[in-house]
Design a protein around this ligand. Structure first.
Ligand code: ADP
Ligand code: MG
Length: 329
């Protein structure tokens, strides 16, 4: 077994709405091993970003809370850690890449200066050394003519190239864990897959783990090691990537596969999933997917647990129809 880098257990994150607390993430447990890429996949509103923000302790200070659970990183529980210690970790051992509109790219600075600044702050390098390292990083993320592009501003890059600049910036701190929340959403599927493949390659040489968040199951096919499918704040299925594609077992995972374009095969007719992810104020008491599920049965009125599927220790499922749960309450 390889070393566990991130170990989230029993996480429950809540928002206060109209004076009451509602969970947006529930009973969430996930471990990420050294050098592993785990994809967290689910439709918009499933709780992926709230999970990422909870891991980093970046939920809004008011009206949001981690109600239960622990987030162990390098043996330390980040929940309740003083802000100063967290801030150091966030810039250093854990790097984040967010969706384009929330990027940390500064439009008024050249990308070379921005990357160099990160290196100077985090690694105490001189400016000359930092600029040389910035160039090396731009080459590493395969920006063509990197030496010239060092002096360009973010708006002079295409979406895909900007994504690469952001990756270079994240790598500048040599993180142990890279958290990427829908970093490629604005890009077309082919470019998304290229960015992911690059991340995967860099992961090897940097010895880092990646938690990759996306609503598109299609783009993770060749790159993730494991996939956790999230719905209505819970993991509903989790398995090695090949297993997810060969034996998708939760009806929601099946629906996601049919609804999403893939890069590794011709797109067949896509079938949108009818209905919507329930609002956190209106969670069904039983299986949260039941109202949209073609396999809905009477036992779905009782909330299902996430349990190992068959003898496999690596495939977990939260579904009373596909995996009867006699022992579960
Ligand atoms: P995803 O990233 O999977 O699209 P999110 O994690 O952003 O989903 O959201 C999960 C749920 O939490 C959604 O129902 C969303 O409306 C709710 N939520 C997110 N942020 C807030 C907030 N600041 N206040 C209230 N509800 C929120
Ligand atoms: Mg999100």
């Amino acid at each position: 077994m390889s070393e566990t880098i991130l170990d989230v257990r029993g996480l429950q994150s809540e928002f206060r709405i109209g004076g009451r607390w509602y969970p947006a993430v529930r009973d969430f447990s996930l471990a990420v091993a050294a050098n592993e890429t785990v994809a967290l996949v689910g439709e918009s509103g499933s709780g992926k970003s709230v999970t990422a923000l909870s891991i980093l302790n970046l939920l809004p200070a008011v009206g949001a809370r981690i109600a239960k659970g622990s987030v162990r990183f390098g043996g330390e529980d980040l929940v309740g850690l003083p802000e100063k210690a967290l801030a150091r970790l966030r810039g250093d051992s854990i790097a984040m890449i967010f969706q384009e509109p929330m990027t940390s790219l500064n439009p008024t600075m050249t990308v070379g200066d921005q990357i160099a600044e990160v290196i100077q702050i985090h690694r105490g390098a001189t400016r000359t050394a930092a600029l040389a390292e910035a160039l090396r990083l731009l080459e590493e993320v395969r920006i063509p003519a990197a030496r010239q592009r060092l002096h360009d501003y973010p708006h002079q890059f295409s979406g895909g190239m900007r994504q690469r600049v952001m990756i270079a910036m994240a790598l500048a701190c040599r993180p142990k864990l890279l958290l990427a929340d829908e970093p490629t959403t604005a890009l077309d599927v082919t470019i998304q897959a290229q960015v992911l493949a690059l991340l995967n390659e860099l992961k090897e040489s940097y010895g880092m783990s990646v938690l990759f968040i996306t609503h598109n199951l299609g783009v993770v096919a060749q790159t993730a090691d494991r996939v956790a499918v999230m719905y209505a704040g819970e993991i509903v299925e989790c398995a090695p990537v090949d297993e997810i594609f060969a034996r998708p077992t939760h009806p929601y995972t099946e629906a996601l596969l049919k609804a999403m374009p893939r890069v590794d095969r011709d797109t067949e007719a896509l079938e949108p999933i009818p209905g919507q992810v329930p609002a956190i104020t209106r969670m069904p008491a039983g299986c949260a997917f039941a109202p949209r599920c073609p396999l809905r049965a009477p036992q779905c009125e009782r909330h299902p647990e996430l349990l190992p599927l068959g003898p496999s220790a690596t495939h977990h499922l939260r579904c009373r129809v596909r995996a009867p749960q006699e022992s579960a309450a």
